[in-house]
Design a binder for this molecule. Structure first.
Ligand SMILES: [Zn+2]
Length: 294
């Protein structure tokens, strides 16, 4: 996969959650457990993104760490859920397309801010990564992170079990005055300075709640910071389908596929080679992006 990434544009998939809901899954259920319970639905989402032009799909395991799963009573199912998820994605992607094991935040804070202990957190991420690896992933994406200590531990944990497999690391930024910061106050330069030396294949951003032109601005900033730190690391971006509107208490994303494609065209021109979509992006957005970028 590393060689393929370095050839240029590498297109990821779009949002899993909204596609599951579109297939009848109720909001609020444990999406990760669907890998065990409804493998056919999860597989169908992958096939729709691959058909749209994705080079790689992300496993349906965003919340499949011990801590997030414990909120649904599935803390003892980490291995099973992650392996099943990777197998479903592998089957959909075949041998010609790629599967990235998806790792999201725990939703808790490390000591002293919260109660997570660094060594226990590292064990938890290593457990998740081992499950994904057993199911046949090609690499990993650690995403939507907001705290530097948590993303650092996640990267170290994944690298402790994954051998030479590529690891991507992504944080969720929002506009903060003239700058961009994560919810925990991390700016782009601090993130890049901390993450690049850890030996990851790609660094970038995903999610956030921004307008498309703000994502383009963030991409330019990210490329500048990463190029100053390394000529090897690939830049990655998975913007949302713009900023959500709150309708009847639900976040609704209204950006049309062609507008999303125009924005990721600018993001690619800025020097970002790994591109996908986060919240609100469906197969139509990925298809429009593929048409625009290829
Ligand atoms: Zn998102």
């Amino acid at each position: 996969m590393r060689e393929r990434i370095r050839q240029g544009l590498f297109l990821l998939d779009g949002a899993m959650g909204t596609e599951l809901i579109a297939r009848g899954v109720e909001a609020g259920v444990c999406n990760d457990y669907l890998n065990i319970e409804s493998a056919d639905i999860v597989g169908d989402v992958y096939r729709s993104f691959l058909l749209a032009g994705s080079d790689a799909v992300l496993t349906n395991t965003f919340g499949a760490n011990k801590y997030a799963l414990s909120r649904h009573g599935f803390a003892d199912k980490v291995r099973e859920i992650n392996t099943a998820a990777a197998e479903i994605a592998r089957q959909a992607a075949g041998e010609k397309k790629y599967v990235l094991g998806d790792i999201g935040p725990t939703g808790d804070f490390l000591e002293p801010l919260g109660e997570l202990k660094a060594d226990e957190l590292k064990d938890a991420y290593a457990e998740q990564a081992a499950g994904l690896l057993a199911g046949g992933v090609d690499g990993f994406i650690i995403e939507t992170m907001t705290a530097l200590d948590e993303i650092t531990i996640a990267i170290e944990a994944v690298k402790s079990v994954c051998g030479q497999a590529p690891v991507f690391a992504s944080m969720a930024f929002d506009k903060a005055g003239d700058d961009f910061r994560t919810m925990m106050g991390v700016d782009v330069e601090s993130a890049v300075a901390k993450i690049v030396p850890l030996g990851v294949e790609a660094v970038g951003f995903n999610c956030g709640k921004m307008l498309l032109n703000e994502y383009v601005e963030l991409a330019k900033k990210e490329v500048l910071a990463i190029r100053a730190a390394s000529s090897e690391v690939t830049v990655l971006a998975e913007p949302n389908a713009g900023k959500p509107e709150l309708i009847d208490g639900k976040a609704v994303y209204k950006v049309l596929p062609d507008d999303f494609a125009a924005a990721v065209g600018k993001i690619h021109s800025a020097g970002v080679n790994i591109i996908g979509g986060c919240c609100g992006t469906g197969p139509a957005h990925i298809e429009a992006a593929a048409r625009k970028l290829r």
